[in-house]
Design a protein around this ligand. Structure first.
Ligand code: SAM
Length: 275
């Protein structure tokens, strides 16, 4: 399927409104997006000129998190919710660089992810892609494809990367994640990145871009983001800006937060372990 702005082309989706997955794809320089998505991405770039770098650094943090989970924590199963469109290096590819037998179940509520995930599936039978919604966590847990693919009696890494910002606190996203974490074996992990609010104008600009283009994309205080981890202990270095988050080397010579570019202080990452 090729993306198109043309009126004679029917991709099988409503392309008149931007979607989170396709706007993010546009910001990452992907090709699976349409005119409305590119307009949404342009709005992000207007308010946060380095928004594309934010997306790239988010992916880089995801890869570092997966590498830690496979190499150091011995995880070989991933449940990646809000996985997004396939991009350069996805969770299973990062995992299989270290353990070729690692498995991933990708979940996204945007049907374009399933459509494009099929291409990924054809080359790799250790992944599945499912259309489901984090807001209905039990439907994810009950999904037969996921149940058949992942072994819930063994630890699983739950990836909720770049997703919380799309839900308002009033929706209580932590409760959806709790339902899933409760069903995972001891020794499982929860990896999250989210937009942070430490009082900087560019963080507010990121929120404004999201609200104007997608109707969501809220920023949160670090204290509030910490609550996403449901009281589970965080792996060092704890919750930190993406460019300072190196779980395989928490003592790495990372730049001081004040020395980061302002765009590098828009997202934070954290990884927690279930006892
Ligand atoms: N996790 C990837 C990453 O960090 O690179 C993609 C992040 S992208 C910003 C957020 C993704 O979450 C999009 O693909 C979007 O379709 C998906 N999403 C949004 N709401 C969702 C929901 N309620 N359930 C599942 N996925 C959702």
């Amino acid at each position: 399927m090729a993306p198109s702005d043309g009126s004679d082309y029917d991709p099988g989706f409503d392309t008149s409104q931007p979607t989170i997955a396709r706007v993010y794809d546009a910001l990452l320089g992907g090709k699976d997006n349409f005119a409305a998505d590119r307009e949404g991405a342009a709005l992000y770039l207007k308010y946060v000129p380095d928004a594309g770098r934010c997306a790239i650094e988010n992916r880089e943090a995801l890869v570092r998190g997966v590498h830690y989970l496979v190499r150091t924590a011995g995880i070989d199963q991933f449940l990646d919710i809000g996985s997004g469109l396939p991009t350069q290096k996805n969770t299973h590819q990062a995992a299989q660089e270290i353990n070729p037998d690692a498995k991933a179940a990708y979940v996204d509520n945007d049907p374009i992810v399933l459509a494009h995930g099929r291409a990924l599936l054809a080359t790799n039978n250790s992944t599945i892609v499912v259309t489901a919604d984090l807001r209905e966590p039990q439907s994810i847990l009950d999904n037969e494809e996921i149940r058949n693919h992942l072994d819930f009696s063994r630890p699983i890494a739950l990836m909720v990367v770049g997703l919380h910002m799309h839900f308002h606190d009033d929706e209580k996203p932590d409760e959806w994640v709790r339902t899933i974490m409760d069903a995972l074996a001891p020794g499982s992990y929860l990896f999250i990145t989210d937009f942070v609010d430490t009082g900087e104008p560019l963080q507010k600009q990121m929120e404004r871009a999201g609200l104007e283009s997608l109707g969501n994309g809220w920023i949160r205080t670090p204290e509030r983001i910490t609550q996403h981890f449901l009281g589970m202990p965080l792996v060092p270095p704890g919750l930190d800006f993406l460019a300072r988050w190196f779980p395989e080397d928490p003592d790495a010579d990372v730049p001081a937060a004040d020395d980061l570019a302002a765009y590098q202080r828009i997202l934070m990452a954290g990884l927690a372990k279930k006892a």
